[in-house]
Design a binder for this molecule. Sequence first.
Ligand code: MEV
Length: 453
Amino acid sequence: MNKQTAPVKGFSKWSKQAKIEWLIAHYSAEPQSALRTIEEYWHINPDLQKIHDEFIENALTNFYLPFGVAPNFQVNGRMYALPMAIEESSVVAAASKAANFWIERGGFKAEVLQSTKIGHVHFIWNGTDKQSFTDFFHRIKTNFLSGTNHITANMRTRGGGIKDVALVDKTQVEPGYYQLELRFETCDSMGANFINSCLEECAGIFQNALMEEVALPMEDRSIQVVMCILSNYTPECLVRAEVSCPVSAIEEGSGISNQEFAEKFCRAVRIAEIEPYRAVTHNKGIMNGIDAVVLATGNDFRAVEACAHAYASRSGQYTSLTHASVENDVFKFWIEVPMSLGTVGGITRLHPMVKFAHAMLGNPNAAELMMITAAAGLAQNFSAIRSLITTGIQKGHMKMHLLNILNQLEATEDEKKTIVEYFKDKVVSHSAAVAIFCQLRGIPAEQFAKQQR
Ligand code: MEV
């Protein structure tokens, strides 16, 4: 239902009430019910609602996701209960199952391999004397540090700042294209604003110094700055998490022998390593765990996603983020994934549930959060592969999804209880759930299907 015929002007300046009225008048077939839905999702505490309203432009209400907990994660010997914000039914259950499995086998071992972030000033220089241009860059290189002191002062007291500045010649791929490539340590912040501010300052420093550069002809003393921006590809901000146990200790309980489980598991991972169609689904499962923790802890899951998939493609072929081996009768399963996370800045100290999530984790620093999150991704992948190579994925998945189906059917609490009980020893499918629901209500299934159309 769309009644809008002309552009709306100055919308962002309108009051929230006016925006809601306009939206409902133009885009809702059922204004009363739309209004009720919007208002039902307002926070009862107006101060908290205001915080949410101020996160983004044109906020009307809130969008809830379940916030769950996956207990029993042992990472580097320490126990964690993982906060997970996600809508997919089986994700928290799968994480918990893997955590329970591995806690009896030594838990997760994780380490941050590197923590460097990168940003670029992308610019065009059409001069011809590349050597003089490069010499000029090296002569003024220290200016980038001294000229950004006012921006980097706080970060430097925490051990961070600009680590390096390089001039990168990209003219082989695009005429006149160069980069100032800066490397940063941003400590416990994700650092996007810090990095972008430094880059913009460095672009100015470079332009100003170049104007004064006598070794170059006048016409070569300017650049066109195309843009200054951090890269969300952070292959030098890398975390590794691992689980391992003797093959004889696998005893995973589905009836398959330990040896067969280990071999089949490694083969499933190998398929994801060599077959992009499988790798995407495999990595999607990993991101189920990673995104849920990233979202709950108020981090930028789009950046983490984009980076993980770029990293998975770094060889030129999209491949698995996890790997598995059996050597000397030891089964080992690990993940190596770049991840730029913050435990300060952004909404980490603003969003009440995000604050709560950090507190649940013992207010970790960024490195700890990277390790915990990588463990969540590895756990998720372990559970998925374990199901895939033993019972099949649908058994557990549909069991978890059953309540969604029943809620969609508007089943009563009693009906839900009966139907969940009924499926305890049966495979759930949508049609089987509808059939038993209709049987309970005494309606012919065909008649119900027609009503639903
Ligand atoms: C579903 O969200 C994720 C899985 O498909 C992952 C996988 O296949 O490895 C179960």
